[in-house]
Structure formats: C-alpha cells, structure tokens
Ligand binder design. Structure first.
Ligand SMILES: [Zn+2]
Length: 252
C-alpha cells in the first residue's frame, strides 16, 4: 500500500509545480507566449506582443546602451541655445521623420561635425531611437571603444571576429558612427583602412549612415581625402557644421 501512496503524492506535486512556474514565466498573458491568438474557432492571428518582441530584439542588436536609449528629441534642451543648435535639431528631426523618403535618395546620410558638447551624440541617438521605434534596425558604433575592440582582435589575430564586426558595420541597415576620428593624434593607417572599407562600402551601396565627429569638413579631408569626400557627398542636404564660438552653421 505504501508505494502507491507515494506515487500519488509525487504526481500531484509535479502538477502543482509545473502549473505555478508556467504562470510566472508568461511574458504575454494574452497568448501565453505562443505568439498567436485564436480570433474565432477556426482562425488565428499573430499576437500584439510579437511587435514588442521584435522591437526588443532590434534594440538589443543595435548595441545602443541603456543611457543612450533614453536620449530623445523630447529631452533635448532647445531653450537658450544658439540658432545653429536649433538648426541641428531640425535637421535631425527631419531626417528621422522623413527617413522612408530620404532612404531612397543617393545622399541619404546624416552628418554632424564640430564642437564638443553641442549635442551631436544626443541628436544622433534621438534619430536612432526614433528609427528603432518605426521599426528600422540600426547599429551603433562608438569610435573610440569600437576601434579599441577591433584592435584587440587584431592583436589576438582573431581574424574571424574582425571580419564579423566589420561585416555587420558594412551591412547594417542604418549605421551610427559616433565620434569618428576622436582624439588629437592622426589615425593610424590600420584605422584609416578600416574606416575606408566600411565607409566606401556604404557609400557605394547607398546605405544610410549617421556620422558625428569633432573634425569639421576640411579636417576630415585632411585626415583622409577619400573618406572625407565620401562622407561630405552623401551627407549633402543633411549636414550640420558647428564651428567655434561663432557657431557657424551650414545646411547645404
Ligand atoms: Zn502575446
């Protein structure tokens, strides 16, 4: 008699356990994570939660940090800012709002050049977050950290890692290159080659690219004419240059 009692106890325990864990782990109460819902006895539809899941996957693959995820147009301060900054804001907003049309153009890049602390990164992130919400996939590449990582792979001779990273940068639907050529020193030939490989590929394939840099137009050309001229050409129509205290503004 004893073994039967034990068996009954065990099975009831298992049922109770599996029931409570399942209840706790549902991300979506509507479809219970099946991704589909029955709309009539013989028709089903994709659950609303799937849009959200897609968005979450896009956010994750964009490599945008949580701090930058919070940068939006709404929390960019326009009060008491020079006209050039207001123009940069409008340029960014127009790019995000009209992205579907701009994407089709040859000159479909967004370029912010000049003064440190003027909000170039904030507005680049605001565009990125607005595109992600559409949803358009984006890839974020912070120059200093990104180059450091690639250089580490280079020193480790992990060609596969470099290839994988560079390939993602070349083919991203939208690439955001933050702080291109940051630093006082002239970039090494290795860095220039890498930047050219990505920029040239995106230039030739008309892939939307968002670039911000402390180096202004002639400085980019001085560093590398091939890289600089490609950026300036694709950015025509959506380039803002913020210079010195005078804050010269140019929107071609
Ligand atoms: Zn669902």
């Amino acid at each position: 008699m004893e073994p039967i009692d034990k068996a009954i106890d065990l099975s009831s325990l298992t049922v109770a356990n599996s029931f409570s864990t399942e209840e706790k782990t549902y991300k979506c109460a509507v479809c219970q994570d099946r991704g589909i819902v029955m709309v009539s006895p013989d028709t089903c539809a994709i659950c609303q939660c799937q849009e959200q899941r897609k968005l979450e996957r896009l956010m994750k693959s964009s490599q945008i940090t949580p701090a930058f995820r919070a940068k939006t147009f709404a929390n960019f301060t326009l009060q008491n800012r020079p006209q050039t900054i207001i123009n940069m804001f409008r340029c960014a907003k127009d790019y995000a709002d009209s992205f579907a049309d701009i994407q089709q153009l040859e000159n479909n890049w967004l370029v912010f050049l000049g003064e440190v602390g003027s909000g170039k990164t904030h507005l680049s992130m605001a565009v990125a977050n607005a595109l992600l919400a559409k949803p358009v996939p984006v890839l974020y590449f912070p120059h200093v950290e990104g180059i450091k990582e690639l250089l580490k792979y280079f020193q480790q001779k992990s060609e596969a890692n470099i290839h994988d990273r560079v390939d993602k940068m070349k083919n991203a639907e939208v690439l955001i290159w933050d702080d291109l050529f940051k630093g006082r020193e002239k970039p090494t030939d290795w860095v220039l080659e890498l930047v050219f490989e990505v920029i040239n590929y995106r230039y030739l394939n008309l892939l939307p690219t968002i670039i911000n840099s402390e180096r202004i137009d002639y400085q980019l050309l001085e560093i590398d004419k091939a890289i600089g001229s490609r950026i300036l050409e694709r950015g025509k129509g959506h380039t803002v240059i913020i210079e010195g205290q005078a804050c010269n503004f140019r929107l071609q």
